[in-house]
Design a protein around this ligand. Sequence first.
Ligand code: MV4
Length: 500
Amino acid sequence: MFRKILVANRGEIAIRVMRACRELGVSSVAIYSEADKNALFANYADEAVFVGPSPTSQSYLKMENIIKAALDTGAEGIHPGYGFLSENPVFARLCEENGIVFIGPASYSIDAMGSKITARQTMKAAGVPIVPGVEKGISDPQEVEEIAEQVGFPIILKPAAGGGGIGMKIVDGPQDLASALSSSQSIARSAFGDDTVYVEKYLPEPRHIEFQIMADNRGNTVYVSERECSIQRRHQKLIEESPSPVMTPELRKKMGDIAVRAAKAIRYRSAGTVEFMYSRGNFYFLEMNTRLQVEHPITEMVTGIDLAKEQIMVASGEDLGFSQDEIEIRGWAIECRINAEDPLRDFAPSPGKLRRYRSPGGPGIRVDSGVYTGYVIPPYYDSLISKLVAHGRNRAEAIVRMQRALYEYIIVGVETNIAFHKAVLRNDRFRQGDINTHFIKEENIMDDVKKVAQEDMVKGATLASSLGADTRKIAAIAAAVDSYLSATQIVPGNSVKGKS
Ligand code: MV4
């Protein structure tokens, strides 16, 4: 086992990994930027190394500084968390070259999943079902049209070097092909420096279901249940749950075995996630993420497996601590990503000082966060305040527990997306588990977000009044809120337009 690990990340995931280190008796080293000098994670670690005068995310991308920090402190391993350098094969190789263990997969595996086209080729060769389409870059509209005639419209164009939906174009017929292709290529060129685009059959109303993989150095590879991540807005996941409402034991085994086959095809080691698109009873490989994901806590809550500790143990050379048959799913877990964003202003980031912060607790609640009362959320990084996780015996109990936890959450000083989560959790279709990746638009969730915000405001004013606060002031606040909300008209497409 390692004596010391450097965590090359920030915020909640840095603390999450440091907690795993502490439980394993491993000393932890934080790296921090100017903007994070008062952050909780930097103070939680046993040691902290300043790596960035620049208060931007560049500090967490400067490979040489991070390697130097590890060598100077004697850290034998580096855990990259998610984002930043977590899926950068150059960094993984740099660690290896400096005799530092990259706590994740071998750089070969990261390379293999880096390009969406080579990933599709590799998966197809391994017998993993992929979406009908082609496994090479296309640049000629005529060629795209021939493929579309084969697989049938609608099709979707995807940048090979991309991800997260950037540059994707859904094409309903030949008349839109040429313009869609050139648009997708130019977005890919500017966003990824590579205009290679490939084609897939467009799947109607797909669900995003992903399988957690855990593998050791000797090839022991298991799937650690699945997660449903269909509640997403502009490709940003907002609510995830495990297990998936659509899963059956038979389908779980079928998809899980395919996910293991995908991992073995690239000699995977460590924690990873195989993403599938599920549509009308069929499932298809979408991509594989070669990192520990944001939403890993829901898997930990239903299986009892500590994925961050398993990653560290496997990276230190130990075999997996369990076999496939020993993995059991107990109950249900839901995660809400609590972001400092204003849902009434098109989810605009809302950095700033947390004047008051009190996180929920009680039965079945886990809060992974890196903030505290008085902390200033910087504008340079993602807007994640916390991951609020609720576990129950079944989905209904997990939902009502999450609603109770959201009611308890006190965050004063920045806007948050809590009203969004309340709106989804009270939606009948959501409560029936009938969701897909277009759910937010199909259910006009944003209209209900406004109602939730107004209800909360009235409840707050009523409570304040019953506690003896000055009712005149409350009336003035309520009037001001009303005029603000009426000024922000929610229009289709979730864009919020103030009155001209
Ligand atoms: C798809 C798809 C339908 N058919 N692929 C890929 C990235 C992921 N975040 C969403 N992606 C999709 N891939 C096929 N063959 C539907 C989605 C998708 C989506 C695509 C474009 C615009 C918005 C979307 C929202 C959810 C899912």
